[in-house]
Design a binder for this molecule. Sequence first.
Ligand code: ADP
Ligand code: MG
Ligand code: MG
Length: 884
Amino acid sequence: RKWVYRFGGGKAEGSAADVAMLGGKGANLAEMANLGLPVPPGLTILTDACAWYFANNCSLPEDLKAQVLAGIAGMEAETGRTFGGSSKPLLLSIRSGARASMPGMMDTVLNLGLNDETVQALGNDAADARFAWDSYRRFIQMYADVVMGIDHEIFEEVLEDEKARRGHDYDTDLSAFELEHVVGLYKRLIEEEFGETFPQDPHVQLWGAIAAVFASWMNPRAVTYRSLHRIPEQWGTAVNVQAMVFGNHGSSSATGVAFTRNPSTGERALYGEFLVNAQGEDVVSGIRTPQSLTEEGRLSSGSDKPSMEKLMPEAFRQFVSICDRLEAHYRDMQDVEFTVERGKLWMLQTRAGKRTTRAAMKIAVDMVGEGLISEEDAVSRIEPSSLDQLLHPTIDQRVERSVIGSGLPASPGAAAGEIAFTAEEAVVAEAEGRKVVLVRVETSPEDIHGMHAAEAILTTRGGMTSHAAVVARGMGIPCVVGAGNMRVDLRHEQLVCPGGIILKKGDMVTVDGSSGHVLKGSVPMIQPELSGDFGRLMEWADKARRMTVRANADTPADAHAARSFGAEGIGLCRTEHMFFDGERIHVMREMILAEDEAGRRAALAKLLPMQRSDFTDLFSIMHGLPVTIRLLDPPLHEFLPKSEEEVEEVAAAMQMEAGFLRRRVEALHEFNPMLGHRGCRLAISYPEIAEMQARAIFEAAIAAARETGEAVALEILVPLVSLRSELDYVKGSIDRISAQVARETGVRIDYLAGTMIELPRAAIRAHVIAETAQFFSFGTNDLTQTTFGISRDDAAGFIPTYQRKGIIDQDPFVSLDLDGVGELISLAAERGRKTRGDLKLGICGEHGGDPTSITFCEEIGLDYVSCSPFRVPIARLAAAQAAI
Ligand code: ADP
Ligand code: MG
Ligand code: MG
């Protein structure tokens, strides 16, 4: 069985395509060798060997040995050196390399093959004893750390002591003699710590290091990293064994790292650092300050140390041309590692460079301009959810931050404001032109107006799908929820933070909904800037996608935001949100508390003009684009006061007896409101509510058409249907009002009648429901609740446990459960379309803005997705990627 692939001498057995077998590092080393770039010869032990190692009680396959030794013989031939030889010794680097870059695994071991004898040979050979002893002390330190498990800090201490004793500032000041002394101290230390002498046999060193790489695949840091990043355990790591080249070989040697473009801005300029007379990780370890690669970089950093461009012009020119070649070859920005040994350049690694979202956009757009990639490639390269970084203000990372608490990052972006503990306070403060952060234990629908007034929301209880989180995401304002280490003390109007810090009402706080941090005071922010690159990329995305993207928008402000982010309509307008604002809640309560139909109608008559004017605004803003209005959905008691205090307050305001109000509230109480008297059930019990809403909708449509000159593309959505007869009944009411309004005004408004598919029965009976429904909107929040039988409001209590115990992978309220809920959706879509070929299909709810869920929607051929306004660009991009 073949366990080993070789590379070197201008060719390789593998290539970049073999990343699963060779790991990322090995695959790219092979690719660079194939390109004829200067890569020290080496071999890669396949990831399969890692699986074998663990399947066989942490041992190595018998036939691996011979293959590795044959590979080393090849390196010996190419370099003219001998592994373990007493003259011209070949030294090796042992490097781990998994399929995905994975911090937390074994570090690299350099200079392997040195011992008391070969160190002399290396020194003689190079006529440089200092270089040899420097390499040996590095090797002992690294090997002891990663193979023998002795903390490298104790070696650092020895080295520091030695430098101090000799009056040196830098490692490079130590002489050969002094380094030899350090090596002696190191070896003694190992005997004391480990009870064994440092292995002198290069072959023992070699197999020790290889086994250590495999073993590190299962070390706790690596296991944690994999579970966080969903990297499968069975992938395993490869091991790269490579001939050493030496950046620590005097002043004409150096080691460095570079990005082929600026990873934070995307600017097309080589960006990197190097250190003269250094090896391996010295550049990033901060022992000495590294120098800029380019003169330009040196000037902009204000450093007086010469750049590589100045110091090693020949190697630099070659390096620049290799970087250009790598970019052209990989058609992407690269992150490279290199070493110069006595003037000769060696490439040690290349991979696609990590970058900020802003840089990713600029690089993708520039590369289209440079003819390197197509517009569709550019669209495919941007991670949709990373757009969040661009759409919201973010905390300026350069400033010092004092974190006083933390919770879940529920809605991205950062904002600062004065603390307000109630919705009313927030509204008042906003009216006076002050910025506020609404701080609550948790929020409820009654807090909506306060949430609208706030710059950010902080709760001490609740999960990612709590009311505060969902509403904040919908409104696009930063939100941190479940900050359990902070306590709201309402009586004293203060927020008690860990460490005894206390903030009073009116004190400034900053909420960072991207990290979950809460910071004291007002921290400087970077404002989003939707630059030209963003616009270009979105244009290309729009060309590539098939599905339309709409927004969930309940208010004119939402609708404006939706349009500015490129929404092509409103997929869901939740009319109940209009009833919580200001005095409307009073009229709404009058309606709910009325004892008969006449009383309800009287209150509804007062609500009609308010609702009509809201709809008129909404329709006008959308200017002829489709707008889906959903009839009243939540159970009525959501509009009523809950605590005794609130009951008394409301009773006083409504001039009624508190006792009466309390009895009515109790009468409306439901045990499972989510499964209770809500949705179309309300429109059936109280048809006058739906009739008022229908009238407001039609009259507004007429007014808006007059104002804008564009007919409204109107869709009326009936919620929580499970029976066709329910829909027939409600549609009957709407049709009647439509006819009435037409008679009164002489204008007939066309509309589509549709239903939410959010109950399993509706999905199953979709072919029957489609006889009446002209469109379906998949309400995946409720459909997930009703399919799983899990209440979204209570899920936070156990979903994290489920995830930790591996029962489920993903929170089904965040990413659509494709196997269950998804299957219901595709079944309903198919059955519905069988009945009605032109049935319009869309998805609303949180999943409409989730990239994986969007991919699924494309696969099953939905017509549109609808999500909160701030996620519209994400959805546009994700829909494009799904279609490409
Ligand atoms: P990481 O995955 O942590 O980047 P690497 O395997 O790339 O680990 O090794 C880290 C550093 O070690 C490299 O950047 C390089 O400076 C040095 N190194 C690795 N292999 C060699 C080699 N064959 N010759 C010289 N230096 C090497
Ligand atoms: Mg590396
Ligand atoms: Mg619903």
